[in-house]
Design a protein around this ligand. Structure first.
Ligand SMILES: CC(C)(COP(=O)(O)OP(=O)(O)OC[C@H]1O[C@@H](n2cnc3c(N)ncnc32)[C@H](O)[C@@H]1OP(=O)(O)O)[C@@H](O)C(=O)NCCC(=O)NCCS
Length: 158
C-alpha cells in the first residue's frame, strides 16, 4: 500500500465529498456529498489548509484546518475523515501527524470538536494525545454536545 499526504486541489472535491456522504456521522448532520465538496473548494479558495491522503493513488481521506479557527489564535481541525474501507490502517494517524506538523508552525495548540456520541473518534484522538477541555451542549444538533479537544503541538518556551 503506497500512502502519501499532499495538498488538496479542487479536482479532489468530488472524491472527498463522496467519502463524507457515506459516513454515518455526517449523515446525522445531514451533510451531502455536494455540500461537503463545495465547502472544501470554498475553504481552499480562502487559503485554509486541506490535506489529502492517498492510498495507491486513490483519495482515501482528508483533513481540513482553519488556521486561526480557534479563538482567532490557534488552528481548528474542522474535519478529518478516512474512507470507510480504509479505516483502522493508521491513515487517520498519518493525516493527523501532517496536520499537527503544519499547525505547530502556526501556534502552540490545535483544537477540534468531536460529537459526544462519536466514541470511536474520541478514542482515536485520546490515543493521539488530545485531551477534552470543554463541551458545547446543543451547539450544532439539539441534544448533542460537541466536545472540545486540544493538543499542544509545539513546546512553549518557559
Ligand atoms: C476517526 C478516523 C479519521 C480515524 O482514521 P483511521 O484511519 O481509521 O484511524 P487509525 O487507523 O489511525 O486509528 C484507528 C482508530 O480510529 C478509531 N476509529 C474510528 N472509527 C473507526 C472505524 N470505523 N474503524 C476503525 N477504527 C476507527 C478507533 O479509535 C481506532 O482505534 P482502535 O483500534 O482503538 O479501535 C476515521 O475512523 C474516520 O474517518 N471516522 C469517521 C469520521 C469521524 O469520526 N471523523 C472525526 C470527526 S471529529
Amino acid at each position: 500500500m503506497a500512502v502519501l499526504t499532499r495538498p488538496f486541489v479542487p479536482e479532489d472535491a468530488e472524491a472527498c465529498g463522496a467519502i463524507v456522504a457515506i459516513t454515518p456521522l455526517w449523515q446525522r448532520y445531514k451533510l451531502t456529498a455536494a455540500a461537503a465538496a463545495a465547502q472544501l473548494i470554498a475553504a481552499h479558495a480562502r487559503g485554509e489548509t486541506v490535506t489529502v491522503i492517498e492510498s495507491d493513488s486513490q483519495v482515501a481521506g482528508f483533513a481540513w484546518v482553519v488556521p486561526a479557527g480557534a479563538f482567532g489564535m490557534c488552528p481548528y481541525l474542522r474535519r478529518i475523515v478516512v474512507a470507510p474501507d480504509q479505516r483502522g490502517l493508521r491513515l487517520g494517524a498519518q493525516l493527523l501527524r501532517a496536520v499537527e506538523e503544519h499547525s505547530a508552525k502556526l501556534a502552540t495548540d490545535l483544537f477540534l470538536l468531536v460529537s459526544d456520541f462519536n466514541a470511536d473518534a474520541q478514542r482515536f484522538y485520546k490515543r493521539e494525545g488530545y485531551e477534552e477541555v470543554g463541551r458545547l451542549a446543543d451547539f450544532v444538533l439539539p441534544g448533542v454536545a460537541e466536545l472540545i479537544f486540544r493538543k499542544r503541538v509545539r513546546a512553549v518556551p518557559t
